[in-house]
Ligand binder design. Structure first.
Ligand code: ATP
Ligand code: MG
Length: 419
């Protein structure tokens, strides 16, 4: 038997309503903040992600689905969407039409990681990007949007972590200080961190190795190397969050190692999903648009993992979605009359009613079982003696009442179904 690829998942019809629910909250919330949806291709030139995410990151160095297509071009399935959004923004000169562009997206991403609960090879993210402004209100806005979506779902066990990375010139000074400090502990660092010492020293803060964590606890902190402008930017982010009644903690270990990340970084973690606890992450990337060949414009954004959010909802048992129901099930009593049943079904479906009927020549009893399985609000019986008078019987499945309805009076049927 051919099975789905490791780390990918089918979303079956029985699970789809929670996806619709999450997607509807995402779209509503982002529209309220006046973000517009953008849909970019699933695959891009590998160079876009290599440059846009950074060669030194786990995503680019270990996780990308990269292959040569038939013409020998290196193609990568998108592992995230910021780079693609920025590419589209530059390619269509969108900054000429509007000086601040606010985008959102929803869709599948691909990363070849070790599959486990909350970690898949095809997974879904929603996210937002605001391109063209350095206003710290937008840094805070990303956190407010993400937090509001999670709390509108009903999630409780959330923690918002924020940090500031300042600007590259401040980080250069700091990185030298950090290296000075780490030189004295170098032999005790994990192999991974020893490598990062040269390639991306800030990322040693990301290490999960106990000994690295111990060493990093006493390391100098970037926040102490920020100048007034950066500190002010961070202060506005914090006061905006306070005004929006969002609790946060400043976590100085929240770093992104690449030069085009600036100022704010954040993460929202859930205490309800085990070790894959980050529901979303984001930050400001004032150097990225230029890095990808555009103008020197600032940007900020976030991305959230939808499988993890739904897992957190399940673990907190908060998704009380209404049961699926259909408006009408048509029971055909006499097989030779199924054309009449079908005609009624088509007519009502065209009037926006959810209607089902038998396609398997089932017995009346079996058709009634189906009607119950679909939670039909009404059942229509077609083909009894009433049909001689051009009538059918409508049964209300909630209160059990029945009445005859003339076949020529579809409006009455519609009216009854709407009750
Ligand atoms: P992690 O530290 O968990 O690997 P990340 O830093 O790689 O996360 P981002 O690139 O910031 O994650 O992506 C944003 C969000 O997308 C994450 O917070 C998470 O919820 C989700 N996510 C990332 N990778 C996966 C995956 N392989 N499967 C499911 N969700 C994922
Ligand atoms: Mg990851």
């Amino acid at each position: 038997m051919i099975k789905a690829i490791t780390g990918t998942k089918d979303i079956l019809p029985s699970e789809i309503s929670k996806w619709y629910f999450l997607e509807s909250i995402v779209k509503k919330k982002l529209s309220n903040f006046n973000y517009k949806e953008i849909r970019t291709p699933i695959f891009e030139n590998t160079t876009l992600f290599a440059r846009g995410i950074g060669e030194g990151t786990d995503i680019v160095s270990k996780e990308m689905y990269t292959f040569l297509d038939r013409s020998g071009e290196s193609i990568t399935l998108r592992p995230e969407l910021t780079a693609s959004v920025v590419r589209a923004f530059i390619e269509h000169s969108l900054e000429k039409k509007q000086s601040l562009n606010k985008f959102f997206y929803i869709g599948p991403m691909f990363r070849q990681e070790r599959p486990q609960a909350g970690r898949y090879r095809q997974f879904h993210q929603f996210g937002a990007e605001a391109l063209g402004s350095n206003d710290p209100l937008l840094d805070a806005e990303m956190i407010i949007i993400a937090y509001d979506i999670l709390s509108e779902l009903g999630l409780k066990n959330l923690e918002v972590k924020i940090n500031s990375l300042g600007v590259p010139s401040e980080r250069e000074v700091y990185k030298n200080e950090l290296k000075e400090y780490l030189k004295n502990h170098f032999s005790k660092l994990s192999e991974e961190s020893k490598k990062r010492f040269n390639t991306n020293v800030l990322r040693i803060f990301d290490s999960k190795d106990e000994r690295d964590i111990e060493i990093m606890k006493k390391a100098p902190l970037l926040i102490n190397y920020l100048n007034e402008e950066s500190l002010n930017h961070f202060e506005v982010v914090k006061s905006t969050l306070k005004n929006a009644k969002i609790n946060f903690v400043v976590d100085s270990s929240l770093v992104r190692g690449l030069d085009y990340y600036t100022h704010t970084t954040f993460e929202i973690v859930s205490g309800s999903v085990g070790s894959q606890s980050a529901l979303c992450g984001g930050g400001r990337y004032n150097g990225l648009i230029k890095e990808l060949g555009g103008s020197d414009l600032p940007g900020v954004g976030f991305a959230a993992g939808m499988e993890r959010i739904l897992l957190a909802c399940e673990n907190e048992n908060i998704l009380n979605l209404p049961e699926d129901k259909i408006d009408l099930y048509i029971v055909t009593l006499d097989k030779s009359k199924s054309d009449i049943s079908y005609k009624i079904a088509v007519e009502l479906r065209r009037k926006n009613k959810i209607v089902e009927l038998d396609y398997l020549s089932r017995s009346v009893k079996a058709q009634m079982r189906e009607a119950n399985k679909f939670n039909a609000k009404f059942v229509l019986f077609v083909g009894g003696e009433e049909l001689n008078n051009n009538e059918v019987i409508l049964k209300n499945m909630i209160d059990g009442t029945q009445e005859n309805i003339s076949l020529s009076d579809i409006d009455k049927l519609l009216y009854k179904l709407g009750e």
